[in-house]
Design a protein around this ligand. Structure first.
Ligand SMILES: NC(=O)c1ccc[n+]([C@@H]2O[C@H](COP(=O)([O-])OP(=O)(O)OC[C@H]3O[C@@H](n4cnc5c(N)ncnc54)[C@H](O)[C@@H]3O)[C@@H](O)[C@H]2O)c1
Ligand SMILES: O=S(=O)(O)c1ccc(CO)cc1
Length: 503
């Protein structure tokens, strides 16, 4: 296995897709490159799946679902395979970590922790495979047994983004496989390699061919999957714009769909809060992943009485953030993921200036000569932001924080909820009553009090409004990968009157 630095040799490594248990190039031979945003050099080449490849992957997943060893496997056998996958992951954390850093510039100190957590997700959902059960329904009908069973949906297409390629995939993969589904995975075109490296472990763990397939490509490949009649559910994570397109495709044939989409989450600071803790929480909420997280606390709503002091403390700490090589464990903020994202973030900074927001720090590519080649954007804070500005309403997905003043609780709730998104929110207060009032009134799928960006595989996660549909993680997640079937059994005399079966 190559070490970290072996991966940065300048050599471009070739990868293939996994379809029906075979490692394949694209049927028409097309490929594309993965670019390291720190060196800005290509380091890997992967197949660009054709429509025929997508079709082959869906057909393989369908066959594996309907016949073959997977279809007749007992829950305990599926659980064993998931546990084996977890064990293999524990032995492969280094490579899976480094590949993700190279693909998207994500900090090694963050992605390392994420990869270490993947095995726990496998073990948690392995347990669920064995404990997923229906109910006996106490129907008030004589001589009748009525119960429900939870059955797998069928072929799941998992379409994932680039910001946390494996974490976000595992939120889908573990519950889907635990419930007995088969899968076709389409990773982001920015980060295809980590999923292909991971795919080697499915074979090693003993998953039958066709249970998990991986096709690589861009939005066209994702759209081909979303529109494929053989796909029973599309589990999508990505932008709200693409999510709407996936939902439209799914609606044509009433395929199941789950959507984990964008956000513009408020982080609300009351004057009674532990201010030093709140400063750290706001910084962690926006800059820890270079702002490239769906749940970024990109709007800091700060009470007017503390705005000046709070802004000064934020700016002072932000100026000391260590920007650098994402593979260096000392680095606190890395690059943005790709050229398109870099241009988009800088454009939003110009938009904010033109709207009249005050640039308090950052706002450009760093001047440090050591940082010239990488796709870096300085951590940026804008003051004097009004909530109706584009910079406060649109998702930047980069290291850009808006400071918005509020006067009281009602004002904070009004501003926080005045958004088309509803993914997450933070509240900083030492008043327990206020904390409860606020968590009730905020329209967001997750609300943190005196903390930010905590998630766990056992805790449901998802968005309200245009931030998504459905929940991932926890018990809710596995239910979302099943259909409920009701079964009625007559234990009595049967139907006596065909025109009144209830008689
Ligand atoms: N809510 C969450 O849990 C969550 C988590 C992480 C990221 N996100 C969101 O993801 C976005 C960033 O990721 P991105 O830039 O990769 O998003 P994106 O929407 O551009 O792409 C996501 C995936 O969808 C594919 N795709 C794009 N258009 C498609 C279409 N029309 N049909 C089918 N597939 C399509 C892409 O190839 C990629 O694999 C942000 O908006 C972020 O908020 C949400
Ligand atoms: O991709 S992110 O949006 O940063 C994200 C959020 C939560 C988790 C928890 O595993 C992982 C990635």
């Amino acid at each position: 296995m190559p070490t970290t630095h072996d991966l940065r040799t300048g050599e471009v490594r070739g990868f293939r897709m996994l379809i029906a248990g075979e490692w394949r190039s694209a049927s028409d031979g097309e490929t594309f490159e993965s670019i390291d945003p720190y060196t800005r050099r290509a380091w890997a080449r992967v197949p660009r799946a054709s429509a025929a490849d997508v079709d082959a992957a869906v057909t393989a997943a369908r066959q594996a679902f309907e016949s073959g060893p997977w279809a007749s496997m007992l829950p305990a056998q599926r659980a064993r395979l998931l546990r084996k996958l977890g064990e293999l992951l524990e032995g492969q954390t280094d490579e899976l970590t480094h590949v993700q850093v190279l693909e998207n510039g994500k900090l090694i100190r963050e992605v390392g922790g994420q990869v270490k957590g993947l095995a726990s997700q496998c073990y948690y959902f392995a347990g669920m495979a064995e404990s997923l059960h229906g109910h006996t329904v106490p129907v008030s009908v004589p001589d009748m047994v009525n119960y429900t069973v939870r059955e797998p949906i069928g072929v799941i297409a998992a379409v994932t983004p680039w910001n946390s390629p494996l974490s976000l995939l595992f939120w889908k993969l573990c519950p889907a496989l635990a419930a007995g589904n088969t899968m076709v995975i389409k990773p982001s075109e920015v980060t295809p390699v980590s999923t292909l490296v991971l795919a080697e472990l499915f074979e090693k763990a003993g998953f039958p061919p066709g249970v998990v397939n991986v096709v690589t490509g861009d939005a066209r490949t994702g759209a081909a999957l979303a529109n494929h009649p053989g796909v029973d559910k599309i589990a999508f994570t990505g932008s709200t714009q693409a999510g709407k397109s996936v939902a439209t495709a799914a609606a044509q044939r009433l395929a199941r769909v789950s959507l984990e989409l964008g956000g513009k989450s408020p982080n609300i600071i009351f004057p009674d809060a532990d201010i030093a803790g709140a400063v750290n929480g706001v910084l962690a909420g926006i800059f820890a992943a270079t702002g490239q997280t769906c749940l970024a606390g990109s709007r800091a709503l700060v009470h007017v009485d503390i705005m000046d002091a709070f802004a000064a403390a934020l700016v002072e700490k932000t100026r000391r953030i260590r920007i650098g090589d994402p593979l260096d464990p000392e680095t606190e903020m890395g690059t943005v993921s790709c050229r398109m994202q870099y241009d988009k973030v800088l454009q939003y900074i110009e938009i904010a200036k033109a709207e009249g927001a005050t640039l308090l720090c950052g706002g450009r590519h760093p001047t440090d000569p050591a940082l010239q080649q990488g796709l870096f954007v300085e951590p940026t804070i804008f003051g004097n932001v009004r909530n109706d500005m584009r910079i406060a309403q649109e998702e930047v997905f980069g290291p850009v924080l808006c400071l918005i003043p509020f006067t009281d609780e009602d004002d904070a709730v009004r501003i926080a909820n005045d958004s088309r998104f509803g993914l997450a929110a933070g509240v900083w207060t030492n008043d327990i009553k206020r904390a409860h009032r606020m968590t009730r009134r905020l329209r967001a799928g997750t609300v943190w009090v005196n903390t930010y960006r905590r998630t766990n595989y056992a805790t449901p996660f998802g968005g309200m409004k245009e931030s998504g549909l459905g929940r991932e993680n926890g018990l809710e997640a596995i239910y979302d990968y099943t259909e409920t079937k009701s079964v009625w059994i007559d234990t009595g005399a049967g139907i006596k009157d065909p025109f009144n079966p209830r008689a």
